[in-house]
Ligand binder design. Structure first.
Ligand code: HEM
Length: 510
């Protein structure tokens, strides 16, 4: 068959699939309002835009908190308020815990052994979530995780002192070091660590393959039937991702298995799992992919948060000074610990505001397992449900003056409770919803707080050019458009805040 007839045939497949799907879509009631979109394609092109959350925010203004649209053969429900996400994704959690069809990441690359890709009713998903959550229970957190974080934090402070301009690299390495050590007992020392390199590539591949809009085949699934010899860009990308898919999880798992067998394993989640006795083949597969999920779930998200923290401090010196003053008053001239947290209300407010103003995960996709009805609207089974986190975080009625960095908003808790404003973003959106809520939250919350207060206890973070205009956060300016959004590359000055602070850091070097 010639090139052009193959493409024609593929287009025919697309048209037939879309028409068949729209004819088969049950209309048991009125769908929520929403944009009409193009014939056949629906709003697929809007989903593929850079920062689709800004388009979704416009739809919220136009149609309200609950919007329905189609993207080729996919029906999508957009939820843009605390009320709708809570009532559907949290309260009706069992029906809203599936994931949308993942054509590129699941069906083509084959990432379905990871916890976040399959639907919730697959027993393996619940088993994996349980292992991940138990891996951060209070005992493991206190005895194994926080001590590792504290040790790696000391390394981070030393790196900031010596090579402050490389702060982004130091942050990335700090997180990777924590995750490798608690998951596999692997000590990350060198920048060219092979395991780190492999995991970084896998993590990039995974996040790209799951980004709504990154690949046309996700919006128009029938494209996956195009013949492989067309060698389109996404086909080549998929082949490259497949080559790394299994190997990244197998190598560190095999290493720990061998160490456990010969009694040389360092303490880690994987060693604990393997020391319980010979796992079945099915358990081995689960353990391997849990290891992979610790990295892909924890690395880019936490790095994005810390880069956002550094960026926000460089832009808001007055907030930074207030936080530093509070730390000085409570902690004095030593490094803080989590035991100080209860007295550091302003620092906690800074952390909350970083989570809110530029959410690490601006849109969160779930899917319905069954037909549903809400406020008179019909919501079909298999609908992609998108929590519009960015819009919720910038909702003026909940967070007054929403595009401004203002930690003070969280301080008057009584007034906030009375007016229903300024809820803690960590509790109702930053970590997701219902049965799919981030299973890493148990460690992410203390780790983000500990790191922010430790850095602020000894360093000043200053803008390279303090007079430059501030980004317009109502347009998500200067933040990347990926699944996990972070500041675009930026420069700043990181310097010890006093002679005593410098001495504290230097004392860690011996
Ligand atoms: C600042 C740090 C973090 C943020 C902002 C964050 C945020 C999120 C969000 C929004 C989700 C989607 C939840 C949903 O679908 O409703 C998620 C899922 C997930 N997170 Fe985190 N996360 C962070 C840290 C971590 C850490 C440290 C781990 C390590 C264990 C982790 C592991 C995961 C996993 C495995 C999932 C998929 C869960 C599933 O699909 O059932 N995350 N995270």
């Amino acid at each position: 068959m010639s090139n052009s007839s193959s493409i024609l045939l593929a287009l025919l497949v697309v048209v037939v699939a879309v028409v068949a799907s729209s004819l088969s879509r049950k209309r048991a009631g009125k769908l929520p309002p929403g944009p009409r979109g193009l014939p056949l394609l629906g709003n697929a092109l809007d989903m593929m835009k850079l920062r689709p959350w800004l388009v979704y925010n416009e739809w919220k203004q136009q149609y309200g908190d609950i919007v329905y649209f189609t993207a080729a053969d996919r029906g999508c429900l957009l939820l843009s308020s605390h009320k709708t996400t809570h009532e559907l994704m949290d309260k009706r959690g069992s029906n809203y815990a599936d994931r949308p069809r993942a054509v590129m990441s699941g069906e083509i690359v084959g990432y379905h052994p990871k916890v976040s890709v399959p639907n919730y009713n697959v027993p393996r998903v619940r088993q994996m979530r349980k292992i991940i959550i138990e891996g951060q229970n209070a005992k493991r957190l206190n005895d194994s995780i926080i001590p590792v974080v504290e040790e790696k934090l000391q390394g981070l402070l030393i790196s900031f002192l010596h090579k402050p301009d490389d702060f982004a690299h130091h942050i990335k390495k700090f997180i990777a070091g924590v995750i490798f050590e608690i998951t596999y007992g692997h000590v990350l020392e060198d920048d060219d660590d092979k395991l780190w390199e492999t995991y970084e590539q896998m993590s990039k591949d995974f996040s790209l393959s799951t980004s709504i809009g990154a690949f046309a085949v996700d919006s128009v699934p029938a494209l996956k039937y195009l013949p492989r010899w067309l060698n389109l860009g996404w086909m080549q990308e998929a082949d490259r991702m497949i080559a790394l898919r299994d190997v990244h999880a197998q190598v560190p798992y095999d290493a720990v298995k061998e160490q456990v067998a010969n009694g040389t394993a360092r303490p880690s989640l994987m060693a604990t799992l393997l020391e319980r006795g010979q796992p079945t083949l099915e358990q081995e597969d689960i353990f391997k992919w849990v290891g992979s999920d610790f990295y892909s779930g924890g690395s880019d998200t936490t790095t994005a948060f810390f880069l956002s923290f550094v960026y926000m401090m460089s832009l808001h010196p007055e907030a930074m000074r207030k936080a530093q003053k509070e730390i000085k008053q409570v902690v004095g001239n030593r490094l803080p610990t989590l035991a100080d947290k209860a007295q550091l209300m302003y620092v906690d407010a800074v952390v909350q505001e970083i989570f809110r103003l530029n959410p690490v995960v601006p849109i969160i996709p779930h899917a319905t397992a069954e037909d549903d009805e809400y406020e008179g609207y019909f919501i079909p089974k298999g609908t992609t449900v998108i929590a519009n986190v960015w819009a919720i975080a910038h909702d003026e009625s909940v967070y007054p003056d929403p595009h401004t960095f203002k930690p003070e908003r969280y301080l008057n808790q009584e007034e906030n409770a009375r007016t229903g404003t300024n809820p803690d973003p960590r509790k109702n959106m930053a970590f997701g919803y219902g049965r799919r809520i981030c299973p890493g939250q148990h460690m992410a919350e203390p780790v983000t707080f500990l790191t922010v207060m430790t850095i602020l206890s000894v360093f000043d973070i200053e803008a390279t050019n303090p007079n430059a205009p501030k980004p317009d956060f109502s347009k998500a300016e200067k933040y990347t458009t990926e699944l996990f959004s972070r500041p675009e590359p930026f420069t700043c000055r990181i310097v010890p805040s006093s002679k005593e602070s410098e001495a504290l850091i230097r004392a860690l070097e011996v």
